[in-house]
Design a protein around this ligand. Structure first.
Ligand SMILES: O=C(O)CCC(=O)C(=O)O
Ligand SMILES: [Mn+2]
Length: 199
């Protein structure tokens, strides 16, 4: 199924199992240096998704709001975005411009991400590329303004999504994880990488 919002592309099975393992290994390398943490929403509630990042910027949230930061909460710079991940960006977007953030989300069996827009970046003309690994995640897409009809699609390990055009500012989120649907991650769960141009 395809979402009706223009500019939303799903590349189902873009990464074969070897490519998924290679990206997973690269992500493990990042997370060894920049361990997962659980941000609080601006209202002070801990998010159910665990996060880390690679690149010049990582995404962060606390009482002071949602924002990009150049350091992990432990005070160290974020590791570089792995070449395997940059290759996906360049392969699908054809852009010379590099993303400055690879946000890494880890969803345990009960984690979810509420409907939101990605709007902390300076220039929304650049697309967002999102890579799914591990358990299936039920992705929901709405409209450019809050409310109205939404559509849902299960994203599977190896799927890559590009959100550009109208879809770049469309509301989206992850309603639930189908625990045990993939064996890629030995302890289960879902990893999602989102690549973004920030500046
Ligand atoms: O996990 C996903 O598929 C989406 C993640 C997302 O929307 C985000 O990190 O902003
Ligand atoms: Mn998002």
């Amino acid at each position: 199924m395809r979402f009706s919002v223009k500019g939303f592309e799903i590349h189902s099975g873009f990464l074969n199992i070897e490519a998924q393992r290679a990206v997973l290994d690269a992500v493990r390398g990042v997370v060894a240096k920049a361990p997962f943490f659980r941000p609080n929403t601006p209202s002070g509630k801990p998010m159910s998704v665990r996060m880390s990042a690679a690149g010049k910027y990582g995404w962060f949230s606390d009482r002071n709001g949602y924002r990009y930061v150049s350091q992990h909460p432990d005070g160290t710079p974020w590791p570089a975005i792995p070449a395997e991940v940059l290759e996906i960006w360049h392969g699908l977007t054809g852009l010379e411009r590099q993303p400055e953030c690879c946000l890494i989300n880890y969803y345990g069996p009960d984690a979810k991400l509420g409907l939101h827009q990605d709007r902390d970046e300076a220039d929304m003309r650049w697309p967002v590329v999102s890579v799914s690994l591990g358990d299936d995640g039920l992705f929901r897409m709405g409209n450019v303004t809050r409310g109205g009809k939404t559509e849902s699609h299960w994203l599977r390990s190896g799927d890559v999504v590009v959100m550009g055009g109208d879809a770049r500012l469309a509301y989206h989120g992850v309603d639930r994880i189908r625990a045990g649907s993939s064996t890629l991650l030995p302890k289960g769960g879902r990893l999602n990488l989102t690549l973004r141009v920030v500046e």
